[in-house]
Write a protein that binds this ligand. Sequence first.
Ligand SMILES: *Cc1c(COP(=O)(O)O)cnc(C)c1O
Length: 236
Amino acid sequence: MDERGNMIKENIYSVKTKIVEACKRSGRNPEEVTLISVSKTKPLEMLKEAYAAGSRDFGENKVQELCDKIPEMPEDIRWHMIGHLQTNKIKYIIGKTALIHSVDTLHLAEAIEKEAAKRKLVADILIEVNVAGEDSKLGTSDIEANKELIRSISAFPHLHLCGLMTIAPYTDDAETNRPYFRSLRELLYSEDMRRYFPDKPVLSMGMSGDYEIAVEEGATHVRVGTGIFGERNYSI
Ligand SMILES: *Cc1c(COP(=O)(O)O)cnc(C)c1O
């Protein structure tokens, strides 16, 4: 394997080791945590290196890129849609993704419901919560609005509400995101909401800069891009 292949393999190993350590610190079982390799903007050869290193969960944030990559990669991969989803593009990914992390409005949920019903399938989804109320992020930070969204979505027959997702603020000090991760877990496990989620709910939280804190706070899925594939270059 070339040097870069080794780099990706070593990065995955290092991230997994840190996940195991975070689990130990918080009395969790590492098997509860799935590492999603966020491969957006990265070429197929790098995804294949991550696959060779054992990665089976990949995250992408653009429909076109996802559709281009899926047929080029092995079939046992679970694809995660983690970016903003436009209603007119649902038809291209429905049935192809293991989990849609970014359902932020009732309008989008209705559109996925419609498309899933058409294909006679049930789509696994997460509701994206804007924990810190940042303008740049999807979803709302309003707790009542999120509860209303949870209730409404759970009634759709072709949507399976698996849990919640958030993107915490970008920070140099991951510890400052701990309260945000905690608030997402608290929303999911709150007395009036817990019944809307499955036995083993998904908490998709934590990225390269803060996944260890997220795991300590209960993340079941961490989404790591830079920490596995290196910096992204958007100019090419
Ligand atoms: C890009 C992206 C990530 C990965 O970010 P890194 O900081 O590179 O680990 C995780 N989640 C979402 C929703 C993203 O768009």
